[in-house]
Design a protein around this ligand. Sequence first.
Ligand SMILES: Cc1ncc(COP(=O)(O)O)c(C=O)c1O
Length: 343
Amino acid sequence: MAIDLRSDTVTRPSQGMRDAIASALVGDDVYSDDPTVNSLEERVAELFSMEAGLFSPTGSLANQLLIRTLVNPGEELLTEERAHIVRAELGAGAVFSGITTRTWHSERGLLNADTPLALAHENAGPYLVSTTAIAVENTHNFGGGTVQPISEIARLSKEARARGISMHLDGARIWNAHVASGTPFSEFGQHFDTISVCLSKGLGAPVGSISLGSKAAIAQARIWRKRYGAGMRQVGLLAAAGHYALDHNINRLADDHALAKKMALALAAHDATLINPDHVETNIVGLDLSHAGMTAADFAARCKEKGLWISALGKSYARLVTHLDFDSAQCDEAIVIMLEVLG
Ligand SMILES: Cc1ncc(COP(=O)(O)O)c(C=O)c1O
């Protein structure tokens, strides 16, 4: 069986999760009648000290539903240039909501509040585009699983909001940030107007994200979810997987982080140009192959021949993501395979 480190989305529901799905109480969620969905939305909102939550099938949809509540057509959202919202949602903000974006660059996606604050231009009309929201990704996926410093988030939030600019958190992997940093979920809630979180990444649910915000924002997001055709019926089956994931799979993310670090240390010991292990803070290992004499695609193809699947995300950038279907023995095997390929 191949070792699959392409993403933390490749996990399969455990037997316990499947049992929870099978015995879920359900109702028609378009009528807000599904008790398992309702309790999951309330649970996650409470966890982050936000007013309300809304279940959606994907993190992309959760992000899109939320940013449209913050940014009017023709206004702008600022984010880091490799953020999922601008790089991997296929222009959805522009296509569906008429949102324009400008981006800033930061090493590993690491937030320094001064950069977006310098870029932001609120109330810029009638000749220039007005900034109405800033999005932060935590952890930063394409930055290599970077945990954003809570002090920078707090500083950005305080100054942006004082200037009338709203704050959105793409928290697809906020669980990893919480486990790595110890920051309470409610503290994230204080600094953002809207938050999206995913249950289908490190937490191992097959499907599901929650949009969080004020009651008014979530009421608006509910209308747009239906308008996009994502109002679902007895979806408590999936919400039950979300409850199970929250009950069982948050604290164990520390194991994923430890295995990612172990791989990074082994690879850096072989060739220090591949990765700085200090930069591996969570479950993502980003490799720079520019000095390895092969492209990321070649590296991924050769690893695949030996039974290890990884992602080539740039000419020289390969990504490995640890997850709950990856154990210590597989980690040792993965290291052997990569060292063989690197020669
Ligand atoms: C940071 C981040 N945000 C949002 C998403 C979107 O999630 P989905 O694939 O469920 O649309 C992803 C997916 O990998 C992600 O990494």
